[in-house]
Write a protein that binds this ligand. Structure first.
Ligand code: ZN
Length: 458
């Protein structure tokens, strides 16, 4: 059989359309251009203007939705035949702040040095933004026939959405524009070891912020006269109790699979520890080990309670009538939070302490499922591009704009480019200095393209 014909029969059509080597110049240009746009909160429209020019320049119409003109959101849609519900690909345009004196290069220079592209947003979130732009351009140029609409969203205010200009605005005012069965965005990454991608983290769930204030009250008075009901003493005791409280461990589909797969790719010693978590007889000791040595993993096992602030006192010789502490509580996606607060009250066991919930920053959001076509596609694409890779569904201990989308019923998944552990630790998202190895951006765009094509074409 003619080899070309054989390939045609065995490869899905999308797989052979793109010559990836020929896309590199354009990928790098958009990626660097976007980093060079200083889109810290309040300046997101600058990035939107750039994207609008690029997409409309190739005949992809864009719609702009802005609650604040300087912080616009952009939506573009490539229509499918409507036989399946839409896919949403989204990325935020805003970046966190910078301290220029900590940077060896200009924080918005996008300079390429030592094999890295340096700049704020080089990881968070301009790789995803770049990939999504490239996917739209390539879908259009290659006249790909789609079973479902592919919707592109560039959104503002993900990092500090205090006024609700980004995802909250889009979900509450323009949800019909972004309504989808599946959504893909930041919140995962690949792990490089020995020059090879060995693990792919797909974000499938995240914890829900459920912060509270602990407020202690007592009798005020002169500092020279001790009082049993001193608010500081009561608050101190309460903080100690909740700070040391071992909240119940509970696994969900994501975390159970995560620890099983993590065990399958770890050294025997580590694997034994992850497996020990799942055994009631050995779980306690394994948890204690993680608490000390892998706090991130420990947090994935439970609703966590972390004291972060104390506020009390007006003078060295004054007993204040009130003292308070803030607890940063991160709940498991299925936590019954009212019950949890009640249990915390029982642990504190002090009528002088009141638990006052702070306003919610994210809606409660269920974990996305692992048995969907979208998750299977992400797994397949990972394994095809990186033979031997372990795909890990992961639950973020932080929260993202996926929360609002999951709360609306979307199955929402996170991904990101690959890097070494050292790079993510020392030059990661929100670090003093942010960078991505230049060769990582190209296969990431290809990854997103493959995932979108596989879910949106037949
Ligand atoms: Zn981000």
């Amino acid at each position: 059989m003619n080899r070309a014909f054989f390939l045609l029969l065995t490869c899905p059509l999308w797989a052979q359309r793109i010559q990836w080597d020929q896309q590199k110049t354009e990928i790098l240009k958009h990626y660097r251009d976007l980093i060079q746009i200083d889109s810290r909160a309040g300046n997101e429209t600058k990035a939107v203007d750039y994207i609008k020019k690029v997409l409309e320049g190739e005949g992809i119409p864009c719609r702009i939705f802005a609650q604040d003109p300087a912080r616009a959101n952009l939506v573009a849609r490539i229509k499918g035949n409507g036989s399946k519900k839409p896919l949403l690909i989204l990325a935020h345009t805003d970046v966190v702040g910078v301290q220029p004196e900590k940077w060896p290069v200009g924080p918005f220079s996008a300079i390429i040095k030592d094999g890295y592209v340096w700049g704020r947003g080089s990881l968070d979130d301009k790789p995803v933004l770049t990939a999504n732009i490239m996917v739209m351009l390539l879908l259009k140029r290659n006249h790909i026939a789609l079973d479902r609409d592919v919707i592109f969203l560039a959104e503002s205010g993900e990092e500090a959405d205090t006024t609700g200009v980004g995802i909250n605005f889009m979900v509450s005012q323009h949800y019909d524009e972004i309504d989808a069965e599946y959504s893909l965005t930041e919140g995962g990454n690949g792990t490089i070891e020995g020059g090879k991608v060995v693990a792919m983290n797909i974000g499938t769930a995240e914890k829900v912020p459920a912060r509270v204030r602990l407020v202690a009250t007592g009798t005020s008075g002169h500092g020279s006269v001790p009082r049993i009901d001193n608010a500081l003493i009561h608050l101190g005791a309460a903080v100690e109790k909740v700070g040391r409280w071992q909240t119940p461990m509970r696994l969900n589909d994501t975390t159970r699979t995560y620890f099983e797969k993590l065990a399958s790719m770890s050294s025997p010693e580590k694997a034994a520890r992850y497996n020990a978590l799942l055994n009631p007889r050995t779980s306690d000791a394994a948890q204690r080990y993680l608490q000390e040595h892998e706090p991130q993993a420990y947090s994935m096992l439970r609703t966590s309670v972390v004291p972060t602030r104390l506020k009390a006192g007006v003078g060295d010789n004054v007993i204040p009538s009130e003292a308070e502490a803030t607890l940063d509580i991160r709940a498991l996606p299925d936590e019954d939070i009212a019950k949890f607060y009640a249990e915390m009250g029982r642990i504190i066991g002090d009528p002088q302490i009141k638990i006052v919930p702070l306003p919610a920053t994210r809606p409660p959001s269920p974990a996305s499922r692992l048995d969907t076509e979208m998750y299977r596609v992400l797994e397949q694409v990972s394994k095809k591009m990186y033979p031997g890779v372990t795909v890990l569904p992961s639950m973020s201990t932080g929260s993202s704009d996926k929360a609002q989308l999951r709360a609306k019923g979307q199955q929402s998944y996170g991904f990101g480019p690959a890097g070494t552990r050292e790079d993510f630790t020392n030059y990661g998202a929100h670090s003093d200095v942010e960078r991505l190895a230049e060769p990582s951006i190209y296969p990431f765009v290809e990854f997103v393209w493959n995932a979108v094509n596989q879910i949106a074409t037949h």
